[in-house]
Ligand binder design. Sequence first.
Ligand code: PMP
Length: 449
Amino acid sequence: MYTKTAVTNKAYFDILKTKLAGGFHYNFKTLGEENPRFYTKGEGSRLWDIEGVEYLDFYAKFGAMILGHNNSEFNEALTEQIHKLLCVNHTELDIEVCDLLQYHFPSFERIRFGLSGTEIIQNALRISRAYTGKVKFLRFEGHYHGNMDNIMGGGYLEADPPIPVETLGDPRGTKGRIPHVFEQESYLIPWNDSDKLKETLEKYASDIAAVILEPVLVNGGGIKPKEGYLETVRKLCTQYGVVLIFDEVITGLRFGLSGAQGHYNVQPDLTILGKAIGGGIPVSVLGGKKEIMNLYETREVVHAGTFNGHPLGLAAIKATISILSGTQKEFYKKSEKYTREIKNTIETVALEYGFDISVTVLGSMMVFNACKTPLYQPSDLTFDTVLKNSILFKTLPNYGILISPMTRMFLNTMFEDRDLSFFKERIRPAIKESARLIDNVYNGNLTDM
Ligand code: PMP
């Protein structure tokens, strides 16, 4: 039995590892925290761990915590729902939440709810297969759509047909994958390349039920779509009879209340929302065209799940959207100012210490890469950049700045000037130390890595 003797993160982790597999709630092959902190309290943009150390939380639970920690307005809404009714199949929230979503996402002619992005994406693929009578889906290099066998990991090797290939160093590679699942179900091509997409659809559209993508590539290095690219994808999918799925699990509320589809004014056939849509409560959304979603109405396609439409998840969506369009409607505007300052600070300080960092601002989030210019393709990520990124990822928390894997930084509505000051104070020594570690690596002194 655990008695409360562990007072350091390390001691706690050592005990936890004997109980929780690996001591982590999740892992990839190489990505993930090596020295986790165990948090006891959160307030706004700050977290405190069991050692009493304070952090600025840009990690934000992979971006889900868009309202910050201990947001009283959000907490009140959830508490009210818990006291009213915790868990039944349907409540009076159903219409209200669908209305809210449909108001902000006009492409949501019909809606279903799930709990995670992973799960609802599989449902989107299933309904696309049923709708088109075709089997495969097409996805893109560097995009992440959950941790199922058929869609996680794999790279592009310029083969024809472009079947995803699991490479040795792939952090999303896994043992135990269903054999041949990639070739049976999918193609994978480079993103932001209209010609490649056209060529692939021309050849293989008769097999392809759906094209799925992150409309802004957050997981693959923080890359914006090229001018006109999303419009081209939309046009080609219509032309070739392929369902276009926007995976807006991250982008959903990060560019405003209407997602990347609102920001770029491109309407997909199906959309996935997750993470921030529930403000920290696990809930996901599948929204899209009536003629596709109709297959649920006719019951030709199954979509099951004990907790689908969970009242707490729906109350969380309602509260999140209401807060972002009510008391915190300045959030997106305010984010512009903060992200500008954060970007300038990081880029300037890194240069002072002799290396490049490029910060890409994507609405209320940022992705940085230790290279001179923003990425245009995930394949622009060189070994040098990945190495420096990983040193920064490991070092910043030691100076009180938490960032998400893939060097992502997420703002929340409670972020304020004193958080910016905290960041500015801490980032300089953090980058200085990172520069020292980078120098050690390049000079062959690996002892303190
Ligand atoms: N799609 C995208 C774009 C994501 O970033 C994620 C999570 N990182 C997922 C899908 C999977 O969502 P979940 O972790 O909720 O299953």
